[in-house]
Design a protein around this ligand. Structure first.
Ligand SMILES: O=P(O)(O)OC[C@H]1O[C@H](OP(=O)(O)OP(=O)(O)O)[C@H](O)[C@@H]1O
Ligand SMILES: NC(=O)CC[C@H](N)C(=O)O
Ligand SMILES: [Mg+2]
Length: 506
Protein backbone atom coordinates (compact mmCIF):
# COMPACT_ATOMS: atom_id res chain seq x y z
CA UNK A 1 0.00 0.00 0.00
CA UNK A 2 2.11 2.75 -1.34
CA UNK A 3 0.69 6.17 -2.07
CA UNK A 4 0.44 7.58 -5.58
CA UNK A 5 -0.47 11.02 -6.86
CA UNK A 6 -0.54 12.77 -10.22
CA UNK A 7 -1.29 16.39 -11.03
CA UNK A 8 -1.95 18.36 -14.22
CA UNK A 9 -2.26 22.06 -13.37
CA UNK A 10 -2.09 25.58 -14.73
CA UNK A 11 0.91 26.36 -12.54
CA UNK A 12 3.92 24.60 -11.04
CA UNK A 13 2.91 21.32 -9.42
CA UNK A 14 5.92 20.66 -7.16
CA UNK A 15 4.49 22.11 -3.93
CA UNK A 16 1.02 20.64 -4.44
CA UNK A 17 2.53 17.20 -5.09
CA UNK A 18 4.67 17.55 -1.99
CA UNK A 19 1.61 18.45 0.10
CA UNK A 20 -0.32 15.49 -1.31
CA UNK A 21 2.54 13.09 -0.59
CA UNK A 22 2.70 14.38 2.97
CA UNK A 23 -0.92 13.44 3.63
CA UNK A 24 -0.36 10.03 2.03
CA UNK A 25 2.68 9.36 4.21
CA UNK A 26 0.77 6.80 6.31
CA UNK A 27 0.78 4.52 3.24
CA UNK A 28 4.57 4.17 3.17
CA UNK A 29 7.59 5.41 5.04
CA UNK A 30 10.50 3.80 3.21
CA UNK A 31 11.00 6.06 0.21
CA UNK A 32 9.47 9.01 -1.59
CA UNK A 33 9.78 10.33 -5.11
CA UNK A 34 8.50 12.93 -7.52
CA UNK A 35 8.90 13.34 -11.25
CA UNK A 36 7.77 16.44 -13.08
CA UNK A 37 7.56 17.25 -16.77
CA UNK A 38 8.92 20.55 -18.06
CA UNK A 39 9.44 21.61 -21.67
CA UNK A 40 9.81 18.05 -22.94
CA UNK A 41 12.05 16.87 -20.09
CA UNK A 42 11.40 14.72 -17.05
CA UNK A 43 12.91 15.90 -13.76
CA UNK A 44 13.32 13.41 -10.93
CA UNK A 45 14.01 13.35 -7.22
CA UNK A 46 13.58 10.11 -5.27
CA UNK A 47 15.27 8.58 -2.30
CA UNK A 48 14.78 6.52 0.84
CA UNK A 49 13.13 8.36 3.71
CA UNK A 50 10.04 10.33 4.61
CA UNK A 51 8.70 13.04 2.32
CA UNK A 52 10.11 15.79 4.52
CA UNK A 53 13.59 14.20 4.41
CA UNK A 54 13.69 13.43 0.70
CA UNK A 55 12.71 16.81 -0.75
CA UNK A 56 14.81 19.79 0.27
CA UNK A 57 14.37 23.32 -1.05
CA UNK A 58 17.04 22.80 -3.72
CA UNK A 59 15.31 19.67 -5.03
CA UNK A 60 11.94 21.37 -5.08
CA UNK A 61 13.33 24.32 -7.01
CA UNK A 62 14.53 21.97 -9.76
CA UNK A 63 11.24 20.05 -10.00
CA UNK A 64 9.75 22.48 -12.52
CA UNK A 65 6.63 22.05 -14.60
CA UNK A 66 2.85 22.00 -14.54
CA UNK A 67 2.60 18.21 -14.74
CA UNK A 68 4.00 15.65 -12.34
CA UNK A 69 3.53 12.41 -10.43
CA UNK A 70 4.63 11.35 -6.96
CA UNK A 71 5.00 8.21 -4.88
CA UNK A 72 5.62 7.11 -1.34
CA UNK A 73 6.80 3.55 -0.92
CA UNK A 74 6.21 0.62 1.37
CA UNK A 75 7.97 -2.22 -0.45
CA UNK A 76 6.10 -5.43 -1.23
CA UNK A 77 8.44 -6.73 -3.90
CA UNK A 78 12.19 -6.57 -4.37
CA UNK A 79 14.11 -4.76 -1.66
CA UNK A 80 13.89 -1.42 0.09
CA UNK A 81 16.81 -0.14 -1.98
CA UNK A 82 16.72 3.45 -3.23
CA UNK A 83 16.99 2.08 -6.77
CA UNK A 84 13.51 0.62 -6.37
CA UNK A 85 11.93 3.81 -5.14
CA UNK A 86 9.50 5.39 -7.59
CA UNK A 87 8.55 6.87 -10.06
CA UNK A 88 10.26 4.68 -12.67
CA UNK A 89 11.09 5.83 -16.19
CA UNK A 90 11.49 4.29 -19.66
CA UNK A 91 12.57 6.24 -22.71
CA UNK A 92 10.48 4.40 -25.31
CA UNK A 93 7.89 4.95 -26.62
CA UNK A 94 7.87 8.74 -26.20
CA UNK A 95 9.28 8.69 -22.62
CA UNK A 96 7.00 7.39 -19.86
CA UNK A 97 7.22 7.58 -16.08
CA UNK A 98 5.04 5.59 -13.71
CA UNK A 99 4.23 5.22 -10.02
CA UNK A 100 2.47 2.12 -8.73
CA UNK A 101 0.54 1.03 -5.65
CA UNK A 102 -0.04 -2.69 -5.32
CA UNK A 103 1.69 -5.89 -6.19
CA UNK A 104 1.80 -7.98 -9.35
CA UNK A 105 1.39 -11.70 -8.75
CA UNK A 106 2.89 -12.77 -12.09
CA UNK A 107 5.85 -10.41 -12.26
CA UNK A 108 8.44 -13.22 -12.61
CA UNK A 109 6.70 -14.58 -15.68
CA UNK A 110 6.22 -11.06 -17.09
CA UNK A 111 9.88 -10.28 -16.55
CA UNK A 112 10.85 -13.31 -18.61
CA UNK A 113 8.38 -12.42 -21.35
CA UNK A 114 9.65 -8.84 -21.40
CA UNK A 115 13.17 -10.08 -21.96
CA UNK A 116 12.61 -12.91 -24.40
CA UNK A 117 9.62 -11.66 -26.41
CA UNK A 118 9.46 -7.89 -25.92
CA UNK A 119 13.26 -7.40 -25.86
CA UNK A 120 13.12 -5.22 -22.75
CA UNK A 121 15.48 -5.16 -19.82
CA UNK A 122 14.38 -4.81 -16.18
CA UNK A 123 17.20 -3.51 -14.02
CA UNK A 124 15.72 -3.91 -10.53
CA UNK A 125 13.69 -6.55 -8.73
CA UNK A 126 10.69 -4.22 -8.47
CA UNK A 127 7.38 -5.38 -9.92
CA UNK A 128 6.56 -1.73 -10.66
CA UNK A 129 9.39 -1.53 -13.19
CA UNK A 130 7.83 -4.62 -14.78
CA UNK A 131 4.40 -2.95 -14.90
CA UNK A 132 5.85 0.16 -16.54
CA UNK A 133 7.63 -1.91 -19.20
CA UNK A 134 4.54 -3.96 -19.99
CA UNK A 135 2.59 -0.74 -20.48
CA UNK A 136 5.39 0.81 -22.54
CA UNK A 137 5.59 -2.25 -24.77
CA UNK A 138 1.85 -2.28 -25.32
CA UNK A 139 1.77 1.48 -26.01
CA UNK A 140 4.60 1.07 -28.50
CA UNK A 141 2.35 -1.13 -30.63
CA UNK A 142 -0.05 1.76 -31.25
CA UNK A 143 2.16 3.64 -33.69
CA UNK A 144 2.12 7.41 -34.37
CA UNK A 145 -0.52 10.09 -33.66
CA UNK A 146 -1.44 8.80 -30.25
CA UNK A 147 -5.09 9.38 -29.36
CA UNK A 148 -6.77 8.67 -25.98
CA UNK A 149 -8.30 5.51 -27.45
CA UNK A 150 -4.84 4.21 -28.37
CA UNK A 151 -3.73 4.69 -24.79
CA UNK A 152 -6.81 2.90 -23.49
CA UNK A 153 -6.21 0.02 -25.91
CA UNK A 154 -2.71 -0.33 -24.50
CA UNK A 155 -4.13 -0.37 -20.95
CA UNK A 156 -6.58 -3.07 -22.01
CA UNK A 157 -3.65 -5.25 -23.08
CA UNK A 158 -1.86 -4.47 -19.79
CA UNK A 159 -4.86 -5.92 -17.95
CA UNK A 160 -4.70 -9.03 -20.12
CA UNK A 161 -1.07 -9.60 -19.20
CA UNK A 162 -0.83 -8.43 -15.59
CA UNK A 163 -2.28 -10.17 -12.52
CA UNK A 164 -2.59 -8.90 -8.99
CA UNK A 165 -3.46 -5.60 -7.38
CA UNK A 166 -2.37 -2.41 -9.09
CA UNK A 167 -3.29 1.22 -9.20
CA UNK A 168 -0.89 3.25 -11.29
CA UNK A 169 -0.39 6.83 -12.39
CA UNK A 170 1.84 7.71 -15.33
CA UNK A 171 3.02 10.57 -17.54
CA UNK A 172 3.49 10.17 -21.27
CA UNK A 173 5.93 12.77 -22.54
CA UNK A 174 4.11 15.41 -24.56
CA UNK A 175 0.70 13.72 -24.32
CA UNK A 176 -0.53 13.90 -20.73
CA UNK A 177 -1.25 12.00 -17.56
CA UNK A 178 -2.77 8.52 -17.26
CA UNK A 179 -4.03 6.38 -14.38
CA UNK A 180 -5.51 2.91 -14.34
CA UNK A 181 -6.89 0.50 -11.75
CA UNK A 182 -6.80 -3.31 -11.79
CA UNK A 183 -9.92 -5.23 -12.93
CA UNK A 184 -10.86 -6.05 -9.32
CA UNK A 185 -10.26 -2.54 -7.98
CA UNK A 186 -8.18 -4.00 -5.18
CA UNK A 187 -6.12 -0.87 -4.57
CA UNK A 188 -7.84 2.53 -4.45
CA UNK A 189 -7.58 5.50 -6.86
CA UNK A 190 -9.67 8.65 -6.89
CA UNK A 191 -9.60 11.78 -9.02
CA UNK A 192 -10.80 15.33 -8.59
CA UNK A 193 -10.74 18.74 -10.22
CA UNK A 194 -10.09 22.37 -9.28
CA UNK A 195 -10.74 25.48 -11.27
CA UNK A 196 -7.69 26.79 -13.10
CA UNK A 197 -6.78 29.86 -15.18
CA UNK A 198 -6.74 28.34 -18.69
CA UNK A 199 -8.20 24.92 -17.98
CA UNK A 200 -9.21 22.85 -14.96
CA UNK A 201 -6.52 21.31 -12.74
CA UNK A 202 -6.83 17.54 -12.32
CA UNK A 203 -5.45 15.46 -9.47
CA UNK A 204 -5.39 11.67 -9.25
CA UNK A 205 -4.48 10.07 -5.91
CA UNK A 206 -4.65 6.93 -3.78
CA UNK A 207 -6.94 8.58 -1.24
CA UNK A 208 -9.31 11.54 -1.22
CA UNK A 209 -7.37 13.26 1.60
CA UNK A 210 -4.76 14.20 -0.99
CA UNK A 211 -7.46 16.04 -2.97
CA UNK A 212 -8.72 17.78 0.18
CA UNK A 213 -5.35 19.27 1.00
CA UNK A 214 -4.96 20.65 -2.52
CA UNK A 215 -8.43 22.20 -2.63
CA UNK A 216 -9.71 19.70 -5.21
CA UNK A 217 -13.27 18.50 -5.42
CA UNK A 218 -13.57 14.73 -5.42
CA UNK A 219 -15.15 13.60 -8.71
CA UNK A 220 -15.16 9.85 -8.04
CA UNK A 221 -13.11 6.68 -7.73
CA UNK A 222 -11.79 5.00 -10.83
CA UNK A 223 -13.93 1.94 -11.43
CA UNK A 224 -12.19 -1.46 -11.51
CA UNK A 225 -10.46 -1.86 -14.86
CA UNK A 226 -11.09 1.78 -15.76
CA UNK A 227 -8.44 4.23 -16.98
CA UNK A 228 -8.38 8.02 -16.97
CA UNK A 229 -6.29 10.08 -19.36
CA UNK A 230 -5.83 13.82 -18.91
CA UNK A 231 -4.50 15.53 -22.02
CA UNK A 232 -2.22 18.58 -22.04
CA UNK A 233 -5.27 20.89 -22.16
CA UNK A 234 -6.66 19.37 -18.97
CA UNK A 235 -9.44 17.45 -20.72
CA UNK A 236 -10.47 14.28 -18.95
CA UNK A 237 -11.03 11.08 -20.93
CA UNK A 238 -12.12 7.87 -19.20
CA UNK A 239 -12.81 4.37 -20.44
CA UNK A 240 -13.36 0.91 -19.05
CA UNK A 241 -10.54 -1.30 -20.29
CA UNK A 242 -11.79 -4.71 -19.21
CA UNK A 243 -14.82 -6.76 -20.27
CA UNK A 244 -15.98 -8.03 -16.89
CA UNK A 245 -14.87 -5.70 -14.11
CA UNK A 246 -15.80 -6.68 -10.57
CA UNK A 247 -15.25 -4.36 -7.64
CA UNK A 248 -13.64 -6.19 -4.73
CA UNK A 249 -11.59 -3.54 -2.90
CA UNK A 250 -9.13 -4.58 -0.23
CA UNK A 251 -10.99 -4.54 3.08
CA UNK A 252 -7.75 -3.94 4.98
CA UNK A 253 -7.80 -0.36 3.60
CA UNK A 254 -10.84 0.21 5.82
CA UNK A 255 -9.44 -1.73 8.77
CA UNK A 256 -6.03 -0.07 8.94
CA UNK A 257 -4.33 1.22 5.80
CA UNK A 258 -6.30 4.31 4.79
CA UNK A 259 -6.75 7.53 6.71
CA UNK A 260 -10.12 7.77 8.50
CA UNK A 261 -10.92 11.05 6.75
CA UNK A 262 -10.64 9.47 3.30
CA UNK A 263 -13.59 8.36 1.21
CA UNK A 264 -12.75 5.18 -0.72
CA UNK A 265 -15.17 3.66 -3.20
CA UNK A 266 -17.86 5.90 -1.82
CA UNK A 267 -17.37 4.84 1.81
CA UNK A 268 -16.01 7.13 4.53
CA UNK A 269 -13.26 5.10 6.18
CA UNK A 270 -14.14 6.72 9.50
CA UNK A 271 -17.74 5.47 9.24
CA UNK A 272 -16.63 1.90 8.53
CA UNK A 273 -14.38 1.92 11.59
CA UNK A 274 -17.15 3.25 13.82
CA UNK A 275 -19.39 0.49 12.55
CA UNK A 276 -16.68 -2.13 13.19
CA UNK A 277 -16.51 -0.90 16.79
CA UNK A 278 -20.26 -1.19 17.17
CA UNK A 279 -20.33 -4.73 15.76
CA UNK A 280 -17.43 -5.77 17.98
CA UNK A 281 -19.35 -4.41 20.96
CA UNK A 282 -22.38 -6.52 20.02
CA UNK A 283 -20.25 -9.62 19.73
CA UNK A 284 -18.52 -9.04 23.04
CA UNK A 285 -21.86 -8.46 24.74
CA UNK A 286 -23.25 -11.65 23.24
CA UNK A 287 -20.24 -13.74 24.24
CA UNK A 288 -19.92 -12.25 27.71
CA UNK A 289 -23.14 -10.57 28.89
CA UNK A 290 -21.95 -10.16 32.51
CA UNK A 291 -18.49 -8.81 31.66
CA UNK A 292 -16.50 -7.00 34.34
CA UNK A 293 -14.71 -4.46 32.11
CA UNK A 294 -14.05 -1.17 33.95
CA UNK A 295 -12.53 0.78 31.11
CA UNK A 296 -11.96 0.59 27.34
CA UNK A 297 -8.54 1.79 26.18
CA UNK A 298 -7.52 2.12 22.50
CA UNK A 299 -4.07 1.44 21.12
CA UNK A 300 -3.37 4.63 19.21
CA UNK A 301 -3.68 5.62 16.49
CA UNK A 302 -5.83 3.61 14.16
CA UNK A 303 -8.00 1.75 16.68
CA UNK A 304 -9.26 4.90 18.38
CA UNK A 305 -12.32 5.26 16.15
CA UNK A 306 -13.56 1.69 16.70
CA UNK A 307 -12.65 1.68 20.40
CA UNK A 308 -14.64 4.85 21.12
CA UNK A 309 -17.75 3.48 19.45
CA UNK A 310 -17.32 0.09 21.13
CA UNK A 311 -17.08 1.72 24.57
CA UNK A 312 -20.15 3.88 23.97
CA UNK A 313 -22.08 0.91 22.72
CA UNK A 314 -21.16 -1.15 25.79
CA UNK A 315 -21.77 1.81 28.10
CA UNK A 316 -18.26 1.50 29.54
CA UNK A 317 -15.86 4.41 30.23
CA UNK A 318 -13.43 5.19 27.40
CA UNK A 319 -9.99 6.46 28.37
CA UNK A 320 -6.78 7.30 26.52
CA UNK A 321 -4.44 5.08 28.57
CA UNK A 322 -1.57 5.12 26.08
CA UNK A 323 0.05 8.23 24.72
CA UNK A 324 1.63 8.06 21.32
CA UNK A 325 4.92 9.76 20.56
CA UNK A 326 3.92 11.84 17.56
CA UNK A 327 7.41 11.71 16.08
CA UNK A 328 7.44 7.93 15.57
CA UNK A 329 5.76 6.58 12.44
CA UNK A 330 3.54 3.57 11.96
CA UNK A 331 5.26 0.45 13.25
CA UNK A 332 3.47 -2.15 11.14
CA UNK A 333 4.85 -0.76 7.88
CA UNK A 334 8.44 -0.61 9.09
CA UNK A 335 10.68 -3.01 7.16
CA UNK A 336 12.27 -5.31 9.80
CA UNK A 337 10.84 -7.14 12.80
CA UNK A 338 13.62 -5.87 15.14
CA UNK A 339 12.82 -2.27 14.23
CA UNK A 340 9.07 -2.88 14.58
CA UNK A 341 9.49 -4.44 18.02
CA UNK A 342 11.69 -1.63 19.29
CA UNK A 343 9.41 1.06 17.89
CA UNK A 344 6.31 -0.07 19.78
CA UNK A 345 7.98 0.81 23.08
CA UNK A 346 9.34 4.08 21.71
CA UNK A 347 5.96 4.98 20.33
CA UNK A 348 3.54 4.19 23.15
CA UNK A 349 3.69 4.92 26.85
CA UNK A 350 1.10 4.10 29.53
CA UNK A 351 -0.58 6.55 31.90
CA UNK A 352 -0.35 4.52 35.11
CA UNK A 353 -3.43 6.00 36.80
CA UNK A 354 -5.71 4.70 34.05
CA UNK A 355 -4.66 1.09 34.63
CA UNK A 356 -4.02 0.74 38.38
CA UNK A 357 -6.37 -1.85 39.88
CA UNK A 358 -8.72 -1.85 36.86
CA UNK A 359 -10.01 -4.50 34.49
CA UNK A 360 -9.11 -3.00 31.14
CA UNK A 361 -10.25 -3.89 27.63
CA UNK A 362 -7.51 -2.91 25.16
CA UNK A 363 -8.76 -2.41 21.61
CA UNK A 364 -6.71 -2.53 18.43
CA UNK A 365 -7.86 -2.36 14.82
CA UNK A 366 -6.09 -5.62 13.99
CA UNK A 367 -3.55 -8.14 15.26
CA UNK A 368 -1.13 -9.11 12.52
CA UNK A 369 2.23 -10.34 13.77
CA UNK A 370 1.30 -9.68 17.38
CA UNK A 371 4.24 -7.31 17.82
CA UNK A 372 2.11 -4.51 19.23
CA UNK A 373 -0.37 -6.35 21.44
CA UNK A 374 2.17 -8.53 23.25
CA UNK A 375 4.15 -5.51 24.40
CA UNK A 376 1.09 -3.42 25.14
CA UNK A 377 -0.48 -6.06 27.35
CA UNK A 378 2.74 -6.29 29.33
CA UNK A 379 2.81 -2.49 29.63
CA UNK A 380 -0.76 -2.51 30.95
CA UNK A 381 0.18 -5.11 33.55
CA UNK A 382 3.32 -3.19 34.51
CA UNK A 383 1.09 -0.14 34.97
CA UNK A 384 -0.91 -2.09 37.57
CA UNK A 385 -3.93 -3.37 35.61
CA UNK A 386 -5.92 -6.05 37.38
CA UNK A 387 -7.20 -7.95 34.33
CA UNK A 388 -6.18 -7.24 30.73
CA UNK A 389 -8.65 -8.20 28.01
CA UNK A 390 -7.94 -7.63 24.33
CA UNK A 391 -10.27 -6.95 21.40
CA UNK A 392 -9.47 -6.72 17.70
CA UNK A 393 -11.81 -4.74 15.42
CA UNK A 394 -10.80 -7.10 12.58
CA UNK A 395 -11.03 -10.90 12.45
CA UNK A 396 -7.86 -13.03 12.87
CA UNK A 397 -5.29 -12.34 10.13
CA UNK A 398 -4.36 -15.87 9.04
CA UNK A 399 -3.23 -15.71 5.41
CA UNK A 400 -0.50 -13.88 3.48
CA UNK A 401 -1.24 -10.83 1.35
CA UNK A 402 -0.16 -10.78 -2.29
CA UNK A 403 -1.79 -7.55 -3.46
CA UNK A 404 0.36 -4.80 -1.95
CA UNK A 405 0.58 -5.36 1.81
CA UNK A 406 3.87 -6.72 3.01
CA UNK A 407 2.72 -9.93 4.71
CA UNK A 408 4.12 -12.57 2.33
CA UNK A 409 4.52 -15.46 4.78
CA UNK A 410 1.86 -17.23 6.82
CA UNK A 411 4.25 -18.12 9.60
CA UNK A 412 4.85 -14.50 10.55
CA UNK A 413 1.12 -14.09 11.29
CA UNK A 414 0.33 -14.84 14.91
CA UNK A 415 -3.16 -16.22 14.17
CA UNK A 416 -2.01 -18.52 11.37
CA UNK A 417 -2.98 -22.08 12.34
CA UNK A 418 -4.17 -20.94 15.78
CA UNK A 419 -7.55 -20.60 17.40
CA UNK A 420 -8.64 -17.26 18.87
CA UNK A 421 -8.07 -18.60 22.40
CA UNK A 422 -4.55 -19.75 21.50
CA UNK A 423 -3.70 -16.28 20.22
CA UNK A 424 -5.09 -14.79 23.44
CA UNK A 425 -2.86 -17.06 25.47
CA UNK A 426 0.20 -16.31 23.33
CA UNK A 427 -0.15 -12.56 23.66
CA UNK A 428 -0.79 -12.85 27.41
CA UNK A 429 -4.40 -11.59 27.46
CA UNK A 430 -6.87 -12.75 30.12
CA UNK A 431 -9.50 -12.95 27.41
CA UNK A 432 -9.57 -12.14 23.68
CA UNK A 433 -12.34 -10.98 21.35
CA UNK A 434 -12.14 -10.88 17.59
CA UNK A 435 -14.50 -9.35 15.05
CA UNK A 436 -16.55 -11.78 13.01
CA UNK A 437 -15.65 -11.72 9.30
CA UNK A 438 -19.24 -11.28 8.11
CA UNK A 439 -19.73 -8.45 10.62
CA UNK A 440 -16.62 -6.71 9.28
CA UNK A 441 -17.94 -6.90 5.70
CA UNK A 442 -21.35 -5.71 6.82
CA UNK A 443 -19.79 -2.80 8.68
CA UNK A 444 -18.20 -1.58 5.44
CA UNK A 445 -21.23 -2.34 3.29
CA UNK A 446 -23.43 -0.38 5.65
CA UNK A 447 -21.46 2.76 4.76
CA UNK A 448 -21.65 2.02 1.04
CA UNK A 449 -24.12 -0.78 0.14
CA UNK A 450 -23.01 -0.53 -3.50
CA UNK A 451 -19.82 -2.46 -2.68
CA UNK A 452 -21.03 -6.02 -3.00
CA UNK A 453 -17.82 -7.85 -2.16
CA UNK A 454 -14.32 -7.23 -0.81
CA UNK A 455 -10.89 -8.77 -1.09
CA UNK A 456 -10.65 -10.33 2.39
CA UNK A 457 -7.79 -12.69 1.54
CA UNK A 458 -5.79 -12.05 4.72
CA UNK A 459 -8.82 -13.16 6.72
CA UNK A 460 -10.30 -15.97 4.62
CA UNK A 461 -7.49 -17.12 2.30
CA UNK A 462 -9.66 -16.49 -0.77
CA UNK A 463 -7.69 -14.62 -3.43
CA UNK A 464 -9.98 -12.71 -5.78
CA UNK A 465 -7.64 -12.85 -8.78
CA UNK A 466 -7.94 -16.65 -8.84
CA UNK A 467 -4.26 -17.22 -9.65
CA UNK A 468 -2.95 -17.91 -6.13
CA UNK A 469 -2.44 -21.47 -4.92
CA UNK A 470 -0.35 -23.25 -2.31
CA UNK A 471 2.62 -23.60 -4.65
CA UNK A 472 2.61 -19.84 -5.32
CA UNK A 473 2.54 -19.04 -1.60
CA UNK A 474 5.33 -21.53 -0.85
CA UNK A 475 7.51 -20.01 -3.53
CA UNK A 476 6.71 -16.49 -2.30
CA UNK A 477 7.64 -17.46 1.24
CA UNK A 478 10.97 -18.84 0.07
CA UNK A 479 11.84 -15.82 -2.06
CA UNK A 480 10.59 -13.05 0.17
CA UNK A 481 12.32 -13.63 3.44
CA UNK A 482 13.46 -10.99 5.93
CA UNK A 483 16.97 -10.81 4.42
CA UNK A 484 15.78 -10.21 0.85
CA UNK A 485 13.38 -7.52 1.99
CA UNK A 486 15.99 -5.43 3.75
CA UNK A 487 18.81 -6.08 1.27
CA UNK A 488 20.27 -3.08 -0.55
CA UNK A 489 21.45 -3.42 -4.12
CA UNK A 490 24.25 -1.22 -5.37
CA UNK A 491 23.80 2.18 -6.96
CA UNK A 492 24.43 0.66 -10.39
CA UNK A 493 20.75 -0.23 -10.41
CA UNK A 494 19.79 3.46 -10.70
CA UNK A 495 19.42 3.65 -14.44
CA UNK A 496 17.25 6.18 -16.23
CA UNK A 497 16.53 9.84 -15.67
CA UNK A 498 19.19 11.65 -13.63
CA UNK A 499 18.14 11.48 -10.01
CA UNK A 500 19.00 14.62 -8.08
CA UNK A 501 21.07 13.67 -5.09
CA UNK A 502 22.30 15.58 -2.11
CA UNK A 503 25.66 16.35 -3.73
CA UNK A 504 24.07 18.14 -6.69
CA UNK A 505 25.07 21.78 -6.78
CA UNK A 506 22.85 24.49 -8.16
O1 LIG B 1 0.11 -7.13 15.29
P1 LIG B 1 1.07 -6.15 14.67
O2 LIG B 1 2.01 -6.86 13.74
O3 LIG B 1 1.78 -5.34 15.70
O4 LIG B 1 0.27 -5.20 13.71
C1 LIG B 1 -0.92 -4.54 14.08
C2 LIG B 1 -0.66 -3.18 14.66
O5 LIG B 1 0.10 -2.38 13.73
C3 LIG B 1 -0.66 -1.24 13.36
O6 LIG B 1 -0.28 -0.11 14.11
P2 LIG B 1 0.79 0.99 13.59
O7 LIG B 1 1.69 1.33 14.69
O8 LIG B 1 1.46 0.50 12.35
O9 LIG B 1 -0.06 2.24 13.13
P3 LIG B 1 -1.13 3.18 13.84
O10 LIG B 1 -0.37 4.17 14.67
O11 LIG B 1 -1.84 3.82 12.68
O12 LIG B 1 -2.05 2.36 14.67
C4 LIG B 1 -2.10 -1.59 13.69
O13 LIG B 1 -2.86 -0.43 13.95
C5 LIG B 1 -1.94 -2.43 14.93
O14 LIG B 1 -1.78 -1.62 16.07
N1 LIG C 1 3.03 -1.18 -1.28
C1 LIG C 1 3.05 -1.02 -2.58
O1 LIG C 1 2.09 -0.60 -3.20
C2 LIG C 1 4.34 -1.43 -3.24
C3 LIG C 1 4.46 -1.16 -4.72
C4 LIG C 1 5.52 -2.06 -5.35
N2 LIG C 1 5.10 -3.44 -5.35
C5 LIG C 1 6.84 -1.89 -4.62
O2 LIG C 1 7.27 -2.79 -3.90
O3 LIG C 1 7.46 -0.86 -4.76
MG1 LIG D 1 -1.83 0.52 15.60
Amino acid sequence: MCGIVGLMANQAVNQALYDALTVLQHRGQDAAGMMTWHEGHFLLRKSNGLVRDVFHTRHMARLKGNLGIGHIRYPTAGSSSEAESQPFYVNSPYGISLAHNGNLTNSDQLKQELFSSDLRHINTSSDSEVLLNVFAHELGKQGHDLEPDDIFDAVRRVHRRCRGGYAAVAMINGFGMLAFRDPHGIRPVVFGTREGAAHQDVMIASESVALDVGGFELCRDLAPGEAIFVDMQGNIHTRSCVDRPRLTPCIFEYVYLARPDSILDGAYVYGTRLEMGRKLGDRLQAQWPDHDIDVVIPIPDTSRTSALELAQHLGVTYREGFIKNRYIGRTFIMPGQTQRRKSVRQKLNAIGSEFAGKNVLLVDDSIVRGTTCKQIIQMARDAGANKVYFASAAPPVRYPNVYGIDMPTANELIAHGRSEAEVGELIGADRIFYQDIEDMKEACRKINPAIEAFDCSVFDGHYVTGDIDGAYLTQLEASRNEASRTQHVGDHALVGVHNQDDDDQD
